[in-house]
Ligand binder design. Structure first.
Ligand SMILES: C[C@H](O)[C@H](O)[C@H]1CNC2=NC(N)=NC(=O)C2=N1
Length: 104
């Protein structure tokens, strides 16, 4: 169930609350430094949460980092509150897996 697209000012305010997340067009992205197998474990955890909340990130796993990209397809690929909610959940999972900030 998608909400309405957020206005630019609201997106900017929400990003202040989520250090490390960046806006890229109508998506938000964050990259974490984590070795490959740890990244797999983290992604499984993220996938379980995503199934519960019905919202899914695009995930790009590399040997030493993992990048998440989020937008709301059901809102015409625009940013909604669901994207920022998922981003905050991913941050908590990243902390639990000791994933580190990554200079992307
Ligand atoms: C029916 C189902 O809940 C929808 O297709 C959900 C699934 N996951 C989703 N994930 C994201 N990122 N955007 C969506 O619009 C979306 N829609």
């Amino acid at each position: 169930m998608a909400g309405d697209p957020l206005p630019d000012e609201e997106i900017a305010l929400r990003l202040v609350e989520l250090p490390g997340w960046e806006r890229d067009g109508d998506t938000i992205t964050r990259t974490f430094a984590i070795r490959y197998h740890g990244g797999v474990a983290m992604i499984v955890n993220v996938a379980d949460v995503q199934r519960l909340i019905g919202h899914h990130a695009d995930i790009d796993l590399r040997w030493d980092h993992v990048r998440f990209r989020i937008t709301t397809h059901d809102a015409g690929h625009r940013l909604t509150t669901a994207d920022f909610d998922l981003a905050a959940r991913i941050d908590r999972i990243a902390t639990a897996h000791e994933a580190q900030p990554h200079n992307s």
